[in-house]
Design a protein around this ligand. Structure first.
Ligand SMILES: [Fe+2]
Length: 394
C-alpha cells in the first residue's frame, strides 16, 4: 500500500529543516514527510503524489514566502485537494489574515510565530489523529452501507422466493378447489355460488371491502378439506356409516390444516374451520355458540345452506328461493346467525338475486341417468338442512 504523506513548505532552509524534523518526530510510522522550498514546488509535489494515488494527510505552509504566499497557496490546495488537512504558520500574524485564511482556505489551524514547538507538535498530532478517526468513520460507514445493501438484496431475494412459493401454494389450493368441484356434477359451481352469496351477505352487513374479499375467498375454499375423501363417501346419497359420517365431518379441520402453512390464508383459516358450527352450539368441530363462531364462518354457513337448499341434488330438486328464505328465518338463532339472515333476506328481497345474478345451477338429470334421483330417494326435501354436507336421511 502507498505511504501517506505530509507536505510542508518553507523558503528558509534552516527553518524548513527544523520544521521537517519536528513534524517527522510526531508522525506515525510509515508516514513520509516531504519538504518544499516554495509554494510552486509544493504544488508540484502534491500533483505528483496524486498521480501516484498517494494519500496526503496534511499540508503545512509558512505565510511569508517569495512568490505565492502560504495563505493563497492553501486556498489553491483547498480547491484542488479537498479533504487534506491544512496548517498556516504566520510570521506576521493578524486577525484579518487569520479570519481570511480560515474562511477561504478551509484552514484547520492558524499558528502565529514565534512557534511554540509543543503547540506545533500537539496540533499536528491532534490533526493526524482526527483525520485517522474521520477516515476510520468513513470506512465504517461505507462498510455499514455496503452490508445494509447486501442485507436488503438478500431480503428482497428471500421475499421473492417466499412470494413465489406462496403463489405456487395458492395456485395448488385453487387447483384442488377446482378438482373438488369436478368430482361431482351436482356440486359443480357450488363453491362459486356460495362465494357469490357470501359476498352479498358480507356487503349487506356493511363489512369493509377487504373483509368482503376475504369472506368471498373463504367461501370459495370452504370445503377444500374434502379433497382427500373418497368419492363414494362424498357422493353417497344416504345411509352413511358412523365412520363415514365422521370422515366427512373432519373436512373443516382438514381444510384449515391445508391452508394454515400459508400466511396469505392466515385470515381465512378460522372461517373454514368453523363453517359447520351451529348458532345454538350444536355444530362441529368445536361446538362454538353464537358470536363465538367467527363471522366469516357464520356468513359462509348461511350461504352454503342457501345454495344447498336451492340447488338440485341427486336425491331432490332445488327448492324455491321463497321457501329457502322462510327456512333461513325459521332457523335464525338455531342454525344461522340472525344478523346474517337479516342481511341476506334484505339482499334477496331488494336486489332479487335470482333474477339479477344467474346462479348457474345444473339442471336435474334425466330419470335413469347415472346420479339421477332414485325411487327410494328421501322425500323430506322440505325439512331443515341441519348439515349441508351430510345427505338427508342419514
Ligand atoms: Fe362443508
Amino acid at each position: 500500500m502507498s505511504r501517506p504523506a505530509v507536505v510542508l513548505v518553507n523558503h528558509d532552509p534552516g527553518s524548513r529543516m527544523q520544521l521537517r524534523e519536528r513534524v517527522a518526530a510526531v508522525c506515525p510510522p510509515g508516514m513520509e514527510v516531504l519538504a518544499a522550498a516554495s509554494t510552486e514546488e509544493a504544488l508540484g509535489v502534491l500533483y505528483s503524489l496524486r498521480e501516484q494515488h498517494r494519500q496526503v494527510e496534511l499540508v503545512i505552509a509558512t505565510q511569508g514566502m517569495p512568490g505565492i504566499p502560504g495563505g493563497r497557496f492553501l486556498e489553491i490546495v483547498n480547491a484542488q485537494f479537498p479533504g487534506v488537512g491544512k496548517i498556516l504558520l504566520s510570521d506576521k500574524p493578524s486577525l484579518e489574515e487569520a479570519i481570511y485564511t480560515l474562511n477561504n482556505a478551509g484552514l484547520d489551524k492558524y499558528i502565529p510565530t514565534p512557534w511554540d514547538p509543543e503547540d506545533v507538535k500537539f496540533t499536528i498530532t491532534a490533526l493526524l489523529r482526527q483525520r485517522e478517526m474521520k477516515l476510520l468513520n468513513e470506512k465504517l460507514l461505507s462498510d455499514l452501507q455496503m452490508r445494509n445493501q447486501q442485507l436488503t438484496t438478500a431480503l428482497v431475494s428471500l421475499e421473492q422466493a417466499r412470494s413465489e412459493m406462496e403463489h405456487s401454494y395458492i395456485q395448488t389450493v385453487e387447483s384442488l378447489a377446482i378438482a373438488l368441484e369436478a368430482k361431482d356434477r351436482y356440486t359443480s359451481g357450488h363453491s362459486q355460488r356460495v362465494s357469490k352469496f357470501a359476498r352479498l351477505i358480507a356487503r349487506s352487513l356493511g363489512l369493509a371491502k377487504e373483509e368482503i374479499e376475504i369472506v368471498a375467498q373463504v367461501a370459495l375454499l370452504h370445503d377444500i378439506g374434502k379433497i382427500g375423501m373418497l368419492d363414494k363417501i362424498l357422493n353417497k346419497p344416504a345411509n352413511l356409516t358412523p365412520e363415514e359420517r365422521e370422515a366427512i365431518k373432519s373436512h373443516p379441520v382438514v381444510g384449515a390444516q391445508i391452508l394454515a402453512p400459508v400466511s396469505t390464508f392466515s385470515k381465512h383459516v378460522a372461517g373454514i374451520k368453523h363453517h359447520h358450527e351451529m348458532y345454538d352450539g350444536s355444530g362441529y368441530p368445536d361446538r362454538l355458540k353464537g358470536v363465538e363462531i367467527p363471522l366469516h364462518a357464520r356468513i359462509v354457513s348461511l350461504a352454503d345452506a342457501f345454495d344447498a337448499m336451492t340447488s338440485t341434488r341427486p336425491y331432490r330438486v332445488g327448492l324455491p328461493i321463497e321457501f329457502a328464505m322462510q327456512e333461513m328465518k325459521r332457523m335464525a338463532g338455531i342454525q344461522f346467525c340472525p344478523d346474517c339472515v337479516d342481511a341476506f333476506i334484505r339482499v334477496l328481497k331488494t336486489s332479487g338475486v335470482a333474477e339479477e345474478e344467474p346462479l348457474d345451477r345444473p339442471g336435474p338429470l334425466p330419470a335413469g341417468a347415472p346420479g339421477a334421483p332414485r325411487d327410494d330417494t328421501p322425500e323430506d326435501a322440505s325439512g331443515p338442512f341441519r348439515d349441508v354436507d351430510l345427505p338427508t336421511g342419514t
